[in-house]
Each structure stands twice: as C-alpha cells, then as structure tokens.
Design a protein around this ligand. Structure first.
Ligand code: KIV
Ligand code: ZN
Length: 390
C-alpha cells in the first residue's frame, strides 16, 4: 500500500498519553486523558497514540473511549510483538474512524537478549505479528525498538520483513537518546535508499532526550526523509523525555526557509494544551523551557526590555500569539532599565515627570537588589512612598 502524503508534509504523531504517561509519576486520570486527546485532535495532530491497551484495564478503557470520540486524528494503540497484545490493541482502537495498530520489538543486541530470541527467531516473530496486525487493520505501524543501536544489516533485514508483512509506517526509535543529528539523518536516508519497498511506506522518527538532542535529531531525520515525527506535549516521557511537540512544530514554522516541511498543527493552541498536560501529569514546565516555559517570552534586562519596547523582533523570533500567549512580559528586576519602569508605570496608570521617575528608579533599583522580582504592588508602593516624602 503506497502511503500518499505530499512531500512537504510531516505528520505529527503525539504519544503524550502513552510514552508521556510512562514518565514515573505522570499517571493521568481517565477524564484527563479524554480531555487531552480532544485538545490534540482539535489542534490538528495527525495521529494520537492513546495508550497501551494490554497494559491495564484503565489503559484499555481510555484508548477505546478516545477512539470512539475521535474526529480527525488517527487513533493508535501500542502492542508488543505478541498476538494477544495486538488483539487487545485492535479491540480498543477499532472504534475509531481511523484506527492504527502500533507493534514493536527490541532489535538491538541488548534488547534481543531479553526475550532470548535468535536473529532468525526474531525475524519470524516480526513477520508473524505484523501479518496478524495487518489482517486486523489496514493501518499498521512497526518499530524496531533501540533501532539506533541495532546492527545495520539486521535493521535493514527486519525493516524489509515488516514492510513485506504489511506495515504501512516504519518507525525508527532512538529509544535511549543515543543518536546525534548527522547520524539521525543518515540512518533514515540510508534505510530509504537500501530497503526494498521503503518508498511504499512512511518512515517515522521517535527520539528520546537523554542527551538533550531529541528535537535536533527529529528534525535531522525529517531532512533524511522521515515524514512522521513522534513527540509529546512539554517533552514528557521516559527518563529525560521525548521530542517536544511544541518545539518541532514551532521550529518548522519559524525556519520554513531552511526546513520546508509543514505540519497541520494549529500552533495557537500550544500554550493551552501545555498547561493542561502540566497540571494533569503533575509535571511542571521548567521556567526556561523552549516555547512554553514561563520565561520563553519574558525579558528582564534593560537592554532587552528597551529593544522589546521599540521593536519586539529585536529579541523575539516568534510572536507570543503564535503559540497562544496574549503578550510577552517585561518582568522588573535588578537588570531592568528606566524604559521598562516607565512602561510599567504607564500600564499601571501612573504618569511621572522625569525627575519623579528618576527618584522612583533609584528606589526601585535598591529594592530590586534585595528582591528576585519586583511586582506591580511594589512599584505602586515606591511611587506612593515618594509622594509621602514630598
Ligand atoms: O522509545 C521507544 O523505543 C518506544 C517504542 C515503543 C516505539 O517508545
Ligand atoms: Zn519511546
């Protein structure tokens, strides 16, 4: 089956509800999962990996319900390379208008040692399980877990088997975040050039962030020919997490000049879903997290604030509205300058003459040296203290 997508399109596969929920402590309730799936569907995510149906009764229920409620997105359920897993995944996703079964097995030497299968036995297992999945569903994704540490010849062999058995998407996971951008691009490119039938399927990239390279590796894989990025909101996921959806979506949008691949995600919905996932998972977003961190659109130093007040493009490569934020912020602290203080006072409805501003600025600097951030109430108190003294 030929996977027809336009060459400039990249599919976004969100696995917040599966790989993301595998973060220790990130368990979400049934209702939270339904709500997040709805937000993902509404924002234009192409494929939602809704869970691992055989893992628990709760996962099965969530995947089934998400499948029933889905609108546009393909709903995917994960299954190990075992027939009962695949049957259970199908039982759950079959309710979707567009269901997908995702089955995987660890193919690297370290991972092959766990089920204690020889290379030939594993190859047979892949053939049988992908064939079984394909008999149930015409949309089947297959993943060689730890692909980036799998021997090249064996990787080509198993990918070819999966394609011949009917897989429609081949996902190449960097399960332990081991690869680097140059290698990531090269691996996908060489697989597409080498494996018979590779041009009939979509190649996906699934990166973990153990070395902080997940986003770079995912984008490099796309340059190498991958047309599906697997990611999670806020980069939630095992250990250091997965590729962050907001990062790849915004990188492709902002640098379309050098990365001419488009997604159909409505980026203005990013901030809302980021906050929702943070509160549902209990994983707060770090302040300096790209795109969605509290400080991603905040400017404290005098030079930056002055630049922002004159022309936001001086220090911002995205508009806050593009990610669903009302405005950038200019928090006042010890690095702030007079221009930002004047702007803040105006926002607060206070107009001061130059000499009054000078006085308030001196008192403000003194306070800012003692306090991490100076709030609106502090500023008003400084103004009133000046009036009382006069
Ligand atoms: O990281 C990984 O290898 C996975 C697979 C199940 C695709 O999450
Ligand atoms: Zn993963």
């Amino acid at each position: 089956m030929t996977q027809a997508i336009e060459q400039d399109r990249v599919l976004i596969f969100d696995t917040t509800l599966r790989d993301g929920e595998q973060s220790p402590g990130a368990t979400m309730t049934h209702e939270e999962k339904l709500e997040i799936a709805e937000l993902l569907d509404d924002m234009g995510v192409d494929i939602i990996e809704a869970g691992f149906p055989i893992a628990s009764e709760g996962d099965f229920r969530a995947v089934s319900e998400i499948a029933r409620r889905s609108k546009q997105a393909v709903i995917c359920g994960l299954a190990r390379a075992q027939l009962p897993d695949i049957d259970r995944a199908w039982e759950a996703v079959q309710h979707a208008a567009r269901p997908r079964i995702h089955t995987f097995i660890g193919t690297s030497p370290l991972h092959r040692a766990i089920p204690n299968l020889t290379m030939d036995e594993m190859a047979d297992r892949i053939h049988d399980t992908v064939t079984h999945a394909r008999n149930l569903c015409d949309n089947v994704q297959w993943s060689p877990m730890d692909a980036t540490r799998t021997e090249w010849d064996y990787l080509c062999r198993v990918v070819e088997i999966a394609i011949k058995a009917g897989a429609t998407t081949i996902n190449i996971p960097d399960t332990v975040g081991y690869t680097a951008p140059v290698e990531s691009a090269d691996l996908i490119r060489r697989l597409i050039d080498t494996v018979p039938g590779a041009d009939e399927v979509i190649f996906a990239t699934h990166c973990h962030n153990d070395l902080g390279l997940a986003t770079a590796n995912s984008l490099a894989a796309v340059a190498g020919g991958a047309r599906q990025i697997e990611c999670t909101i806020n980069g939630l996921g095992e250990r250091a997490g997965n590729t962050a959806l907001e990062e790849v979506v915004m990188a492709l949008k902002v640098r379309a000049d050098i990365m001419p691949w488009r997604t159909q995600v409505d980026s203005t919905k990013i901030m809302n879903i980021s906050r929702r996932v943070a509160s549902a998972s209990g994983f707060a977003v770090q302040f300096n997290k790209a795109i969605v961190g509290k400080n991603a659109f905040a400017h404290e130093s005098g030079i930056h604030q002055d630049g922002m007040l004159k022309n936001a493009e001086t220090f911002e490569i995205m508009r806050p509205a593009d990610v669903g934020l009302a405005a950038s912020s200019l928090p006042l602290g010890k690095h702030s300058g007079r221009a930002a203080l004047r702007a803040k006072l105006r926002d607060l409805g206070v107009e001061l003459a130059d000499n009054q501003l000078k006085d308030v600025f001196v008192r403000f600097k003194d306070l800012a040296d003692r306090k991490k951030e100076v709030y609106d109430e502090d500023i008003l108190a400084l103004v009133h203290a000046g009036e009382d003294a006069a």
